[in-house]
Design a protein around this ligand. Structure first.
Ligand code: COA
Length: 158
């Protein structure tokens, strides 16, 4: 498996992966596609970076990250998914580490991400905690009643 920057050729496989991600609602997949299209059109202008896990052949997962505008070196992990059939095999961890390393190298001082408190995201929340992220914010009933938004953060290692 190779972790590398996403290209136009990856889009159909990545869209299939997103359509088959049970946690993502159709509106969320639409939004994810807009981000992918912005990135493919002009990565620099979009502010997004996308890495894919290339299973050679096939796409096993992806991660989207970028700077948070108007902040001083705060970066955000915007989207993250691994093919539902091959989770729990370390692909997410490899993608995540590659994205983190790229952000630290680019001068990040704080990494943040937002996720949901729904039970479908229990393993996702566990993943972030195990990756060294702390809960730095919580907005109750943000996405809908009973679905809080949890913000995680990790500071640059000294
Ligand atoms: C979160 C996600 C990307 C992790 O990918 P992954 O390839 O399964 O992650 P890994 O195999 O590297 O697993 C790392 C840890 O996460 C945990 N984990 C998270 N989701 C898991 C899943 N669905 N199945 C098995 N383990 C999972 C495991 O406990 C594992 O810990 P361990 O190896 O120390 O026991 C994946 O579960 C996913 O696509 N989830 C749905 C989409 C999502 O939540 N995206 C983030 C939105 S904010």
């Amino acid at each position: 498996m190779k972790i590398r920057a996403m290209t136009q050729e990856d889009k159909p496989g990545l869209m299939r992966l997103l359509d088959n991600t049970p946690e993502f609602l159709p509106d969320e997949v639409d939004l994810a596609e807009e981000v992918i299209d912005d990135y493919l059109e002009d990565s620099a202008a979009s502010g997004f970076f996308i890495l894919v896990a290339d299973l050679e052949p096939g796409i096993g997962g992806y991660v989207v990250y970028g700077t948070v505008p108007i902040t001083n070196n705060v970066w955000e992990l915007y989207w993250f998914a691994v093919d539902n059939n091959i989770r729990g095999q370390g692909i997410g961890r490899k993608l995540w580490e590659a994205a983190e390393n790229a952000m630290w190298e680019a001068g990040a001082r704080l990494l943040v991400l937002e996720t949901s408190s729904k039970s479908e995201y229990d393993r996702t929340n566990l993943f972030y905690k195990r990756a060294g992220y702390e809960v730095v914010g919580l907005i109750k009933d943000f996405y809908m009643i009973g679905d809080d938004q949890i913000t995680y953060g990790k500071r640059r290692p000294q």
